[in-house]
Design a protein around this ligand. Structure first.
Ligand code: SAH
Length: 213
């Protein structure tokens, strides 16, 4: 759990890179500058931790590229104390960034190994989101409705069943597409049965899968 001046220096460079790529929200840039990404990866990969790249984290999954994390977080337009459901805990890095923004995080992971690992790590770091081991397609009905829902894996289509767990006025951010890439989409719930969809460019995620492992 060591965070040195060198790590901090590398992190500031990463913040500059992400800023240059177009992220404007200073709260998000500060969060990226604060969360020690190298702790979310195997030791020995410090150089990689502060490159703007996705990286394998075991179980065939990846920690998302920092720019992608920042982009999705910016699109989510969170405000302090809001309830955010994250589907795909993975390494827990995105959850940590959200916690830095002062929101209440509910995060679901379908891979038991990753669920256990990220839960242990985040608790050690002092972050306390609500963790769930299960199929994110089902959401968390007992904690719904959520102000925001963030899907961090590529969904073949918008997971409509999750939209019922979104508050009216709330927003879902979800990458939609297959293995060749996904379109980042925002879905705003504007009324009981009214939704407004928008597209925000192309990204590459590991797939959103059904069931748990
Ligand atoms: N937010 C993560 C990104 C991890 S990659 C991070 O910051 O590191 C996407 C994750 O989604 C993987 O860990 C994968 O196992 C998980 N996933 C895929 N389908 C899922 C589902 N239906 N429910 C919950 N998690 C899922």
């Amino acid at each position: 759990m060591v965070d040195t001046y060198r790590h901090k220096g590398l992190r500031q460079k990463l913040v500059e890179t992400i800023k240059e790529k177009g992220i404007k929200d200073t709260r998000i840039l500060e969060a990226i500058g604060k969360v020690p990404r190298h702790l979310f990866m195997e030791s020995g990969f410090v150089e990689f931790a502060y490159r703007d790249q996705a990286f394998p984290i075991g179980a065939g999954q990846t920690i998302s590229q920092p720019y992608t994390v920042a982009f999705q977080t910016e699109l989510l337009q969170v405000e302090k104390h809001q309830k955010v459901l994250e589907v795909g805990t993975g390494s827990g890095y995105q959850a940590a960034i959200l916690m830095e923004l002062g929101v209440k995080v509910y995060t679901i992971e379908r891979q038991r190994e990753l669920y256990l690992k990220s839960r242990t790590l985040l608790h050690k770091m002092g972050y306390k989101p609500y963790f769930f081991y299960g199929d994110g397609y089902l959401g968390q009905p007992s904690f719904a409705p959520f102000d925001k829902i963030l899907i961090t894996a590529g969904a073949p289509e918008i997971p409509r069943e999750l939209l019922s767990q979104l508050k009216i006025g709330g927003r879902m951010v979800v990458p939609v597409g297959g293995s060749e890439g996904q379109v980042m989409m925002s879905v705003d719930r504007t009324g009981e049965n009214d939704y407004v969809e928008n597209e925000h460019g192309y990204f590459a995620f590991v797939p959103l899968l059904k069931g748990k492992q």
